[in-house]
Design a protein around this ligand. Structure first.
Ligand SMILES: *Cc1c(COP(=O)(O)O)cnc(C)c1O
Length: 380
């Protein structure tokens, strides 16, 4: 049997055909597929504007900049996330402030957020862990009360829904960020996007994606210049995505709902098989959400058992993971004065028990059965 990863892309011949078409066309980058992909993301999620970029991390970076995060501005975030969420705040000179999780969903706890708000707080960054949406109504309410921006890190949650609206609709936030890395809901290789309903954020994001350069003569500072004129008006980046990536994204997006459906079926098979195993805590889904089931995270009885199951699965060719090391534990963070002694007790507890099982649309039935039998064997 091939080693079984925890996540993997699903690429079919239609995807390949669409990419090849673009490779044979005039535009490898900055052509028509980018806007087409952005429009399709808007149509799917219900957002007004989308800006596709080179990665989820790039998307988080320009979302933070657009929200005005600057020197020492504080952004409240869960420690149970990929380092890139917090790093995007550091890129802007800001300070990620880690706030503890809810034990059941593993998402940031709105009650804890309130305790972390200071005069320097500028934004909240809820991360929809494993594809399970955060309590966005509460988080949006806190943001309104304290006049904070909300940036959703929805890198796990393309295809998820919260109280009847798609994640990405930005119903309770200013911007929502997706990633199209191969382990995520859909892929463009590398890639990401920021969605928003605000025209001013949209224009800011477009500028930051491409060097801060504008070619729109209506926006020029210098009037009456030659036709060749263009202006760099702020310090932006080259965070562009290519046309062939967007062609892949468009083709993948058509299959998104079937991918999520298959993820949910596999979740059901795991739940059914593992619910009777004593000492296991299975991942939950609240009745008011529709999770995209990016990952399936088990909790073991204790940390000795976590180690045993993780190692046993790895030794059996099942590439289990632990999502995630609390971000403040990484040496880069723990060596910064701001994070000396920082600890979120429920995040710590979660991290000492969690193991992620393989979950992706192409996982076969024999593979699922093999994973289940190994988990049962190892967790006694
Ligand atoms: C994948 C991921 C990112 C980064 O996305 P890239 O496209 O790999 O840059 C950020 N945050 C979370 C929660 C992620 O899972």
């Amino acid at each position: 049997m091939r080693p079984i990863p925890y996540g993997r892309q699903a690429i079919d011949t239609a995807d390949i055909r669409e990419v090849v078409k673009i490779l044979k066309s005039d535009w490898l980058t900055q052509g028509p597929k980018i806007k087409e992909f952005e429009d399709a993301l808007c149509k799917y999620t219900g957002a007004k504007y989308a800006v596709a970029v080179s990665s989820g991390t790039a998307a988080l970076h320009i979302a933070c900049l657009s929200a005005g995060i600057g020197h020492r501005d504080e952004v409240i975030i869960s420690p149970i996330t990929f380092a890139a969420s917090a790093n995007s705040v550091l890129y802007c000179g800001g300070k990620p402030v880690f706030s503890d999780i809810q034990e059941d969903t593993v998402n940031i706890n709105p009650l804890e957020i309130r305790k972390k708000i200071s005069g320097k707080t500028r934004a909240l960054m809820p991360v929809h862990f494993a594809g399970h949406p955060c309590d966005m109504e509460e988080i949006g309410g806190i943001a309104r009360k304290y006049n904070l921006a909300v940036i959703e890190d929805a890198c796990h949650a393309l295809g998820a829904e919260y109280k009847g609206s798609k994640i990405g609709a930005c119903k309770y936030s200013d911007m929502t960020v997706f990633s199209f890395h191969p382990v995520k809901s859909i892929t463009t290789g590398e890639g990401g996007a920021v969605l928003t309903n605000s025209k001013s954020f949209y224009e800011k994001l477009l500028g930051l994606r491409a060097h801060g350069i504008t070619k729109d003569f209506n926006k020029f500072k210098k009037k009456g210049a030659g036709f060749w004129h263009y202006e760099m008006q702020e310090l932006g980046f080259n965070y562009r995505i290519t046309d062939f990536q967007c062609a892949l994204g468009l083709s993948q997006l058509k299959k998104l709902d079937s991918f999520i459906k298959r993820r949910r079926e596999i979740r059901d098979i795991y739940n059914e098989a593992l619910k009777m195993v004593s000492g296991l805590v299975l991942p939950v889904e609240k009745e008011y959400v529709h999770s995209s089931w990016h990952i399936y995270c088990l909790r073991l009885k204790n940390s000795a058992m976590q180690k045993k199951v993780y190692e046993g699965l790895r030794n059996s060719g099942i590439l289990a993971q632990v999502h995630y090391i609390p971000v403040y534990r990484h040496p880069y963070y723990s060596n910064l004065p701001d994070y000396k002694g920082v600890k979120c007790p429920l995040a710590e507890k979660y991290y000492s028990l969690a193991v992620t099982l393989p979950l992706f649309p192409g996982l076969t039935v024999p593979e699922i059965k093999y994973v289940i039998s190994k988990v049962k064997e190892l967790s006694v």
